[in-house]
Design a protein around this ligand. Structure first.
Ligand SMILES: C[S@@+](CC[C@H](N)C(=O)[O-])C[C@H]1O[C@@H](n2cnc3c(N)ncnc32)[C@H](O)[C@@H]1O
Length: 317
């Protein structure tokens, strides 16, 4: 039995909105970047707070989400610009717009509820749909291409590296065994293969395929590639006093955010003894969150999907 999917259009509650807005301290006339505009939840509140005269530059690699965001932000037309692009191209976008320096940048990483709950996007192990997982549907390779095309050791590596899956080798072997009989093309098919390795369908309320699906999603969308370099690059577009807020949804992302921010704050990020440390100790930023902020109990009750969110923020000196 697969769980019925909820309406993806109804599921776009922005995560840690109040905390994000408190940290951004939006002001009228300010320029703000939402690098992962998604369904426009954070963007809408930022636009409300930076009028009159404010500008929001929104980016997303998912064209369908951007169209929905554009409709939602319509009351502010003239005050926002949306770009279908990878946020790693932010420097190019801001330079072309001559919109720099900026007052604030928000990056709400990962996959949106809209993507997760839209059956045709093939992200969810809870539905019997095509195994796809592309955030940008103009991209060629899908999750099914990876699952059917990679060698057993490549698959095991991806499951281990991006899913921190301790049964990576056994799952990879099971995938290779199954695909020799018929290609693996559907989400439920892959979820069943993983469940059989674990011999359970749910463990402590979590589906055993959760880590496998996360790993494949990260690999399909190359989510971690260049992410560490992106943060200092985007940061360099902030004006003094400008702030950057990043929300991460798993430890791999959060670790990259943490070390990028500590580096910007002039702190050591290596494990070397102090006399061998070569970390640049020049502080360009104030760390506004020495520990990540996590969603409060009220938010978790209203939106359990927020449970793994970790928010970190820096301010340019
Ligand atoms: C968690 S959602 C953002 C939700 C949004 N803050 C809102 O309130 O509706 C993450 C979004 O980031 C987008 N995304 C992820 N990686 C991206 C990248 N490298 N470049 C551009 N967009 C990206 C995804 O397509 C998705 O729409």
């Amino acid at each position: 039995m697969t769980e019925p999917l909820r309406n993806p259009d109804a599921e776009h509650t922005p995560v840690m909105l109040r905390e994000t807005l408190d940290l951004l301290r939006c002001r009228p006339g300010g320029i703000y970047v939402d690098a992962t505009v998604g369904m426009g939840g954070h963007a809408l509140s930022i636009l409300e707070r930076c009028q009159p005269g404010g500008l929001l530059v929104g980016i997303d690699r998912d064209k369908e989400s951007l169209e929905k965001a554009a409709a939602r932000l319509k009351p502010f037309s003239g005050n926002f610009r949306l770009f279908h692009d990878n946020f790693k191209n932010l420097p190019l976008i801001l330079n072309n717009l001559a919109a720099r320096p900026v007052d604030g940048i928000v990056v709400d990483l990962g996959v949106s509820s809209y993507q997760l709950l839209s059956p045709e996007r093939g992200f969810s192990f809870q539905s019997d749909v095509m195994l796809d997982m592309r955030m940008d549907r103009s991209q060629q390779w899908t999750a099914a291409d990876l699952v059917n095309g990679m060698s057993e050791s490549e698959l095991a590596d991806i499951l281990y590296r991006y899913g921190e899956e301790r049964l990576s080798r056994r799952i990879a072997a099971a995938i290779v065994h199954e695909r020799a009989r018929a290609p693996i093309t559907r989400c439920a098919q892959l979820a069943d293969i993983v469940s059989r390795v674990f011999k359970v369908r749910f463990h402590q309320g979590i589906h055993p395929a959760t880590r496998t699906f996360q790993a494949l999603r990260i690999a399909v969308n190359q989510e971690l590639d260049g992410l560490e370099e992106f943060f200092p690059e985007a940061f360099s577009f902030l004006k003094p006093g400008g702030r950057m807020v990043v929300i991460a949804f798993h430890s791999l992302e959060d670790r990259l955010v943490k070390s990028a921010f500590r580096r910007l704050a002039g702190q050591c990020v290596c494990d070397a003894p102090p006399e061998l440390c070569k970390c640049p100790r020049q502080a360009l930023a104030n760390l506004l969150t020495s520990r990540p902020i996590m969603p409060g109990s009220e938010e978790l009750a209203a939106n359990p999907r927020a449970r793994s969110a970790r928010l970190r923020s820096v301010e340019r000196l």
